[in-house]
Design a protein around this ligand. Structure first.
Ligand SMILES: Nc1nc2c(ncn2[C@@H]2O[C@H](COP(=O)(O)OP(=O)(O)O)[C@@H](O)[C@H]2O)c(=O)[nH]1
Ligand SMILES: [Mg+2]
Ligand SMILES: [Zn+2]
Length: 310
């Protein structure tokens, strides 16, 4: 029997079998996964093979190949990682222009990480109702910037439910990661999408508030019409510690396009003569904020800060 891992609490995994049954499962034997030293060999979002037993529980005997997965370091010093989720179809980054203001650096770091994992991102601008005239104009500029680069943007008001129906359509049948700074309205949005999720989302945030920084608790919430949302505490961005400095350009889509015309193929777009990226920034084809985000990530790479990306 096959199924989908929807929850992970320590050594137990909740699996939704393809026949619809929910089965508590454990891992059988020792899983060795190529390339990852992980504290949890199986993660939410994994498709697994089950061997059921008479008590109504099951052993996970195999994992299907993953299309992608996101990890974080088990701890700063550890070489081991913790797999937070697997097989994501898309990510919704919830941002707010004010109350609180989401910085462009935060957005761009998230987008670059998502590019590295090839996970499509939708930027969801929440709390439209609290914006004054200037802020609405700024929101429009942000949307214009990110749509021009190629990211889908949606404006919603999670509190009143405005725009939420359209998001619901986009979530159908997919595994979606919800992310964003604390206070931007993730829980409010999830409660709008899943009226009976209230208890479970607050459970998760309580566990988080209790200081479970290296929590091994992950869960996907299922939509009535099919599809799942992952609201795992602590995923604010993607661990980019395994991104090579040379690759960084390719995770900023528009910078990458211009970089093809740089004089040197190993151009870092910081000081080199004949740099097409610097020229494009000066000519306003590349936004100053995006370029600043690129530079700040490059600098972190220099200092190796990204080992602590989570
Ligand atoms: N005005 C307004 N407030 C909102 C909206 N969405 C969420 N909030 C409020 O913002 C605060 C933080 O929301 P919450 O869902 O807990 O954010 P989370 O930390 O991202 O899960 C709460 O007081 C919500 O009521 C919105 O669209 N408009
Ligand atoms: Mg929350
Ligand atoms: Zn260059």
């Amino acid at each position: 029997m096959k199924g989908l891992v929807i929850k992970n609490t320590g050594s137990w995994y909740t699996v939704k079998a393809d026949n619809g049954k929910i089965i508590e499962s454990k891992i059988k034997g020792n899983f060795r996964l190529k390339g990852i030293r992980s504290t949890n060999p199986v993660a939410v979002g994994d498709r697994v093979e089950l061997i059921t037993n008479q008590e109504g529980t099951a052993f996970i005997s195999a994992i299907e190949d993953r299309k992608n997965y996101i990890i974080r370091k088990a701890s700063n010093l550890s070489k081991q990682s913790h797999i937070l989720a697997a097989n994501l179809d898309q990510a919704f980054l919830i941002v707010t222009i004010s109350h609180p203001q989401t910085s462009t650096t935060f957005i761009d770091r998230f987008l670059a990480g998502a590019e590295a994992y090839r996970i499509p991102v939708v930027l969801v601008f929440n709390k439209h109702d609290v914006l004054d005239e200037d802020e609405i104009r700024y929101e429009g500029m942000m949307i214009n910037l990110y749509e021009t680069i190629g990211y889908q943007c949606k404006v919603i008001c999670a509190k009143t439910g405005e725009g939420v129906d359209e998001l619901r359509q986009m979530l159908q049948g997919k595994i979606t990661l919800f992310s964003g700074n604390s206070g931007v309205g993730k829980s409010t949005l999830i409660n709008q999408l899943l009226p009976d999720a209230h208890l479970r989302t607050s459970e998760i945030s309580e566990a988080h508030d209790a200081g479970m920084h290296t929590t091994t608790f992950s869960e996907m919430l299922e939509f009535p019409g099919g599809g799942y949302v992952i609201d795992t505490p602590g995923i604010k961005g993607f661990g980019t510690f395994d991104i090579e400095k040379e690759e960084l350009t390719s995770y900023f889509k528009e910078i990458f396009e211009f970089s093809k015309d740089c004089k040197f193929s190993n151009c870092t777009h910081t000081h080199e003569p004949g740099c097409a990226v610097i020229r494009a920034v000066e000519d306003h084809y590349i936004s100053a904020s995006r370029y600043q985000s690129y530079l700040s990530m490059l600098e972190d790479k220099d200092e190796n800060k990204y080992r602590e990306a989570f």
